[in-house]
Ligand binder design. Structure first.
Ligand code: FAD
Length: 469
């Protein structure tokens, strides 16, 4: 790993004190370049600019992708309202004074203040090394929770990355092409049936945006109408949007049902074998689209650390975003924020904050301030979230949102939702690009062509070699 880390891992085994007349830099390691990791890095980069220039401090960000993915806008990527490249922010451009490693942290040993870093991010061969640090910010977020449902691995699609959002859009549009072109009524029916499992942000947002897009797209087909499409949302609990207040979730549910979405609460998917969906309420039907968004669990990395975890597997934190040590004291040099951190919400009787982008960004900003306070031997502040402003986009011109004055719905809520996420997107460049996408979308008719062929770029070429077919 010496090539990746410039050989800096050797020699720096003790933090921040003069050695041989030269001061060792303060080494800050940030694990994860998502909402929380990037916001913390931005805050630290800004406040430590002078020390970063003189080499008195160094910030290393380790993230398997070379970019931040702003997940709340993925549903609009799937619907074609935003160019996929505009919801990702290149980390090296955003954090020019930090060292960005496109790699994965595979172990954290806080007792010796070392992290193991692996550069093999896409299954290829990489190098593994130990990276020492003085302060660590742990923000690897969460991953999809999968259940051992027959047929799920073969036929299911996830919805957490920009690649999955693009693939899902192409897949849905391909199903319309297939249904329009086939003479087989069973195939047509299964192509026009779209099943989403999991009624959280990801499932509800993706279903609502794609339903809206498909409703528009069928106008271009001579033999399809919106009434031919069947959308099913399967949710194991008794409500959707557990991250949002109950009244907003109820309103969203009513809106989806009004649009003829078949929402099955208290129901689970038992099998998807041979693309035949079997639900726990006894119903069975064929569907060629199965999107799995049934919950999330903390990043697997957390199990390979010596940091304290709560019953849900999240890092136990103090309200100061410091990791909770023995007896409730701060664990020196260890910080956490975002989906993977159980941070007490002072405004909700100390219950852990819900995993959402608003908390992740606000916690990370305070974490950066508190880490700086710790370096200057000042007291850190507690996380006291502002009122969480919830909103959901449900397609062009449709949404639900909470404001200080109460609930708004329809086009006003939709604009509010867009304005909030535009403000939170951590890059001025990306904000302008997303805004431009939206303005172009308002001026021109929606683009509904499937580019699924880009997922198999060699297929056409290979067909010229009969022996390879
Ligand atoms: C489809 C979807 C829609 C959503 N919509 C909304 C919404 O409308 N509103 C809202 O508030 N929230 C929404 N959320 C939730 C929101 O995106 C998360 O709460 C937020 O991103 C959490 O920030 P984070 O930094 O903790 O995690 P993330 O933003 O997920 O970032 C974690 C990063 O850590 C990296 N990582 C993981 N493991 C390692 C490792 N071992 N080493 C190094 N890096 C690692 C990951 O690659 C990732 O980039 C949505 C989530 C999804 C998936």
């Amino acid at each position: 790993m010496g090539d990746v880390l410039d050989g800096r891992e050797s020699g720096h085994t003790t933090p921040t004190r003069p050695t041989g007349g030269r001061r060792c830099p303060i080494r800050i390691l940030i694990v994860g370049g998502g909402c929380a990791g990037t916001a913390a890095a931005l805050g630290l980069q800004h406040a430590l600019a002078a020390r970063l220039r003189t080499g008195d401090a160094e910030i290393t960000v380790v993230e398997p992708q070379p970019y931040l993915t702003y997940r709340p806008l993925l549903a609009e990527v799937a619907a074609g309202s935003i160019d996929p490249r505009h919801v990702v922010v290149p980390l090296r451009r955003l954090l020019p004074q930090c060292r960005v490693l496109t790699a994965r942290v595979t172990r954290i040993d806080h007792a010796t203040r070392t992290a193991q870093v692996d550069t093999a991010t896409r299954g290829g061969t990489g190098t593994v090394t130990e990276l020492p640090y003085d302060h660590i910010v742990v923000a690897p977020g969460s991953v999809s929770r999968t259940d051992p449902v027959p047929g799920l691995a073969e036929h299911g699609l996830g919805f957490a990355s920009v690649g999955e959002a693009v693939a899902l859009r192409n897949h849905v549009l391909e199903q319309l092409d297939l249904a329009s072109s086939t003479r087989d009524p069973e195939l047509r029916q299964s192509a026009l049936t779209f099943v989403f499992v999991g009624g959280g942000y990801a499932g509800v947002g993706a279903l609502a945006e794609l339903e809206d897009m498909a409703r528009h797209a069928v106008r271009g087909y001579h033999n399809l109408t919106a009434d031919d499409l069947r959308w099913v949302l399967v949710e194991a609990t008794g409500r959707i949007l557990p991250e949002e207040p109950a009244d907003l979730a109820d309103h969203t549910l009513a809106e989806l049902r009004e649009r003829s979405v078949d929402v099955r609460l208290g129901t689970t998917l038992e099998s998807a074998a041979d693309r035949l969906m079997t639900l726990s309420d006894g119903s069975r039907f064929a569907a060629r689209t199965l999107v799995w968004t049934a919950g999330a669990r903390p990043a697997p990395l957390l199990r390979d650390t010596d940091l304290p975890l709560d019953a849900d597997g999240r890092i136990r934190c103090l309200p100061t975003l410091q990791v909770r040590g023995p007896g409730g004291t701060p664990l020196a040099g260890a910080w956490a924020a975002g989906d993977s951190a159980a941070v007490p919400d002072a405004t909700a009787d100390g219950a852990p904050c819900a995993p959402n982008a608003q908390h992740a960004l606000a916690q990370a900003r305070l974490l950066a301030d508190n880490l700086l306070a710790d370096l200057d031997r000042r007291a850190p502040a507690d996380y006291r979230p502002d009122r969480i402003h919830c909103s959901t986009s449900l397609g062009i011109g449709r949404g639900v949102a909470h404001t200080r004055r109460g609930r708004v719905t329809g086009r006003r809520a939709w604009w509010l939702h867009r304005a909030r996420h535009l403000r939170r997107l951590p890059s001025a460049d990306r904000r302008v690009r997303v805004l431009t996408d939206w303005l172009l979308g308002a001026l021109f008719t929606r683009e509904v062509v499937s580019l699924g062929a880009v997922e198999h770029p060699r297929a056409e070429f290979e067909s010229g070699f009969p022996e390879h077919r």
